[in-house]
Design a protein around this ligand. Structure first.
Ligand code: SAM
Length: 671
């Protein structure tokens, strides 16, 4: 019998993702041997790192015993080297790994750090620690500048052009069980097993083994018997070696036998396609989905040809100003967890892209509750998600009015980092990335050509390794029958020398944005199955009526407005039937219907056949009216998959975005 505590990694039963509640670190401040401030965990009654030369110990245990300097120096692979860690803590180990990579890796190499943290510190605590370590301080500053709010899930930080950190806020075993990606070297850290028995259990070791390959190594400071046995049971071979300083022993080793891959036993159709050559990729459509896709691929070294007959942002991404906003379900579900992750990602991504905020603003957004039912829904939402007030806070009507800078008549939720973006300027900036070439042409068809694809374009042929379809409603022609609904929407623009102040985006049924360039933008109408892009006076009238309901004081201050005097823009967005974007590989629909036909009779039937996909063809579409938020994270997801990196979303959400979900849902419903 094994004495390894056996506790399978838990995930939330409804969403299949790690639990949402986050309890922050509880710190006491002590002094280390050199009289620097050192954090101490009151919760675990343990130190974050040794009082005596914590940095040298970290280098010795984790870096040296994973042979990182040597492996970084020899890294020639196109994919990044991946380091995984349990217990991010202060970030000391990861900062040292980053420094070691910079010192040793060839210029072509990339590093991807994956770390888990159940009780994140605040930005202030990190700053307090790192100010007394001058050589690590510049790297720590980069980390602190992007440090996420304490929200469960994966937060992707771009530490430098070659180094990415995915911080998984949540329990280590839960997070690593949901990880889509493979790790090359593990830092098995965490407070001492005796002080933190809840972390060191069989579920954790199995999750680590499932995310490992034949060359994966690990190192840990502990030598506890149940850790040795747990690692061995999970498939790791280990050696006892002398520990650091006065510590007698520690463990290091590697994966000896890979465990059965059970992650997709119930959903083999979502098995990812094998990695392929990605030197040259065609992106079809140059709106926010296409330009963010192009940037994400080019940043990783692919040559990208961005193809659109209308040029950059000619479709729905061409509105002058768009809200950065999502509406989240009161009870967490996979869709709302995706949008919550996407909103936080968009904020960090835009902050890196345009720190001066020349084409976007995180002014904040008030989601008004125009009636009691919405008020109750908002309160349920706050209870269920437990988000920090910096992400979403409840405000009464008086507070909402104060924040808006104009009287509103409702209570509201305040999304502190939401705001607006100028989509055209953003798309142009993205298309301007080195290695991205715009080709103003339309796609007539494509066919297999060697290991890649030949595209028939209106101005000639083009041969590429892979294709990503990001053409909004026009994607329908290329999705092998996946349903895509066109939705017409018109925004209205009022230009005036003097406009009333409005400091926040206001949203109810409609929205109104803070004035920009002497123009007030509000809208938008919503007409499913209408693909007409003519601006109509009737839609202006609807937008004016909605404005009067959303912000009566603002409407009153504007006075009577003749709808005919307004400027406007109408565009067509595309939506999937379940209103979640399609982001992933393109399934071969007929093959899926044949391979999984038995689902029509038995929805629990198990299959061993992985999903058949058009090799090297991907989709990022059906972003509806939330593309400014959803498209950048979908681009990051697809680019990470194409370039064999860990994914920025947990497996359940990756599957939720998979375009093939529709086919499975239809088969199960017997359609
Ligand atoms: N690696 C850290 C560094 O470089 O500063 C030090 C890690 S500290 C000794 C242990 C960390 O593990 C703490 O930040 C703690 O909150 C975290 N932790 C404890 N239990 C955890 C769990 N079950 N899952 C994830 N993190 C956990």
């Amino acid at each position: 019998m094994s004495d390894t505590p056996s506790r399978p990694a838990q995930t939330d039963a409804d969403t299949g993702t790690p639990a949402l509640t986050v309890e922050p670190a509880e710190l006491e401040w002590r002094r280390d041997a050199e009289d620097r401030e050192a954090p101490f965990s009151a919760r675990y009654d343990d130190v974050y790192f040794s009082r005596h030369d914590g940095r040298e110990e970290s280098r010795f245990v984790f870096l040296a015993h994973n042979r990182l300097a040597e492996r970084f120096g020899a890294w020639q692979s196109a994919r990044p080297f991946v380091v995984g860690e349990t217990g991010f803590g202060t970030g000391l180990n990861m900062l040292l790994a980053w420094a070691c990579f910079t010192d040793n890796a060839p210029p072509s190499a990339r590093l991807h750090l994956v770390s888990t943290e159940k009780h994140p510190m605040t930005r202030e605590a990190l700053a307090r620690i790192w100010q007394s370590w001058p050589d690590l301080a510049p790297r720590a500053e980069t980390l602190i500048a992007q440090w996420p709010d304490a929200v469960a899930g994966i937060h992707r930080l771009r530490l430098d052009p070659r180094v990415t950190l995915d911080l998984h806020i949540g329990d280590a075993a839960e997070s690593l069980s949901a990880l889509e990606g493979q790790v090359d070297a593990w830092f098995l850290d965490g407070f001492a097993p005796a002080k933190n028995p809840d972390m060191w259990h069989a579920g954790l070791f199995h999750a680590m083994a499932s995310a490992s390959h034949g060359e994966t190594t690990f190192a840990t400071f502990t030598c506890a018997g149940f850790v040795r046995r747990g690692l061995a049971e999970a498939g790791f071979s280990w050696r006892k070696v002398p520990g650091f300083g006065r510590k007698r022993e520690m463990l290091c080793g590697s994966l000896a036998s890979a465990p059965d891959d059970e992650a997709r036993a119930a959903t083999p159709w979502f098995t990812p396609p094998a990695t392929r050559r990605a030197a040259h990729i065609a992106v079809i459509g140059a709106g926010i989905a296409g330009t963010s896709m192009a940037e994400a691929l080019a940043r990783r070294g692919s040559q990208v040809t961005l193809i659109d007959p209308k040029g950059i942002a000619g479709g729905a991404s061409g509105n002058p100003q768009a809200a950065l906003y999502v509406k989240l379900a009161a009870e967490p579900n996979r869709q709302s967890l995706f949008y919550l992750a996407a909103l936080q990602h968009a904020h960090r991504w835009l902050s890196t892209l345009d720190p001066e905020r020349t084409f976007w603003s995180d002014c904040g957004l008030l989601a008004l509750a125009p009636h009691e039912r919405e008020n109750r829904r908002q309160r349920r939402f706050l209870d269920h998600y437990g988000l920090p007030p910096s992400v979403v806070a409840a405000c009464n009507t008086a507070d909402a009015s104060r924040l808006a800078g104009i009287a509103v008549e409702n209570d509201a939720l305040h999304y502190g980092s939401a705001g607006w973006v100028d989509p055209g300027a953003l798309c142009r900036r993205l298309a301007d990335t080195p290695n991205v070439t715009l080709r103003q042409a339309s796609l007539a068809g494509y066919h297999a050509h060697g290991d890649g694809w030949q595209l028939e374009l209106s101005d000639g042929d083009l041969t590429v390794d892979q294709i990503v379809i990001t053409a909004g409603p026009a994607s329908a022609a290329w999705l092998d029958g996946l349903p895509l609904q066109p939705i017409r929407g018109q925004v209205s623009m009022l230009e005036r020398d003097a406009l009333p102040a409005l400091n926040r985006v206001l949203c109810a049924e409609g929205y109104v944005l803070p004035p920009r360039h002497r123009t007030l933008t509000f809208g938008a109408t919503f007409h499913p199955n209408d693909a007409d892009t003519a601006v109509t006076e009737a839609d202006h009238r609807r937008n004016l009526e909605e404005l009067a309901r959303t912000a009566p004081a603002l409407a009153e201050a504007l006075g009577d407005i003749d709808p005919a005097s307004l400027d406007g823009r109408a565009a067509v967005r595309a939506a999937s039937p379940d209103k979640t974007p399609y982001a992933g590989p393109l399934p071969m629909a007929a093959q899926w219907r044949e391979d999984y036909a038995a689902l029509a009779k038995d929805a629990r039937r198990r299959f061993s056949t992985p999903g058949a996909h058009y090799p090297g063809v991907w989709v990022s579409a059906a972003h509806g009216s939330r593309g400014m938020v959803s498209a950048p994270l979908c681009a990051e997801l697809i680019a990470s998959r194409i370039h064999a990196e860990p994914l920025p979303l947990p497996r359940a959400l990756v599957d939720h975005l998979h375009p093939g979900r529709r086919l499975i849902a239809e088969l199960i419903r017997g359609q």
